[in-house]
Write a protein that binds this ligand. Structure first.
Ligand code: SF4
Ligand code: SF4
Length: 67
C-alpha cells in the first residue's frame, strides 16, 4: 500500500485511554512504555479511514496526507 495516509498522534492532547488502539481493526497501533499509543505500523493504515479520529475523545489524532 502506498504510504500517503496514516494517523499522527498529538501527545500533548492524548490522555492514554487507548480507545484508538482498541478500535483500529488493522493493527496500526502498539503501545509505548508510558502507555500511550504508538503508530507502529503506518503501512497498515487504510487510506482515508478516519475511524480512530472519530473515537478519540480528545481530538489528538490527525492524518499525514490529509488536505
Ligand atoms: S483515543 Fe485519543 S486520547 Fe485515547 S489513546 Fe488514542 S489518541 Fe490518545
Ligand atoms: S485511520 Fe483507520 S486504519 Fe488508520 S489507524 Fe485509524 S482506525 Fe486504524
Amino acid at each position: 500500500m502506498a504510504k500517503n495516509w496514516y494517523s499522527i498522534i498529538d501527545y500533548d492532547k492524548c490522555n492514554g485511554c487507548l480507545t484508538c488502539y482498541s478500535f483500529c481493526p488493522h493493527g496500526v497501533f502498539e503501545t509505548r512504555s508510558d502507555g500511550k499509543p504508538l503508530v507502529a505500523h503506518p503501512e497498515s493504515c487504510v487510506e482515508l479511514c478516519r475511524g480512530c479520529q472519530k473515537v478519540c475523545p480528545t481530538g489528538a489524532i490527525s492524518y499525514f496526507g490529509d488536505k
